[in-house]
Design a protein. Structure first.
Length: 103
């Protein structure tokens, strides 16, 4: 699969953009804290999962429940309000990609 950040593959496919709002997994009982899905060991940066489609969010919540022992809540967030620099975004069609978020 071509790397969307590699200029040699820039014309191979369209990079999805994160919409203004998206579905997000949240930790229950925390007043809406987003579930951190990945921490980069080198930069210590947290990633958040965002979903364009509710059914994808539900599938990931089920998988997270098996792995974590609790069921994350699914909610809609305004992307501009998130404190994360990077989102692992799952568009409605296609594979997930890591995208920078505006601050």
């Amino acid at each position: 699969m071509p790397d969307y950040q590699d200029e040699r593959h820039a014309d191979d496919f369209e990079v999805p953009t994160v919409p203004t709002s998206a579905f997000c997994l949240r930790v229950p009982g925390t007043n809406g804290e987003e579930l951190v899905v990945h921490r980069d060991p080198e930069s210590n940066e947290d990633f958040v999962f965002l979903f364009e489609a509710g059914d994808d969010a539900a599938d990931y919540a089920k998988a997270a429940a098996r792995a974590l022992g609790f069921t994350p809540e699914i909610g809609r967030v305004k992307v501009r309000d998130l404190h994360f620099r990077t989102a692992r975004f799952k568009p409605g069609v296609g594979a997930q990609v890591d995208l920078p978020l505006s601050r």
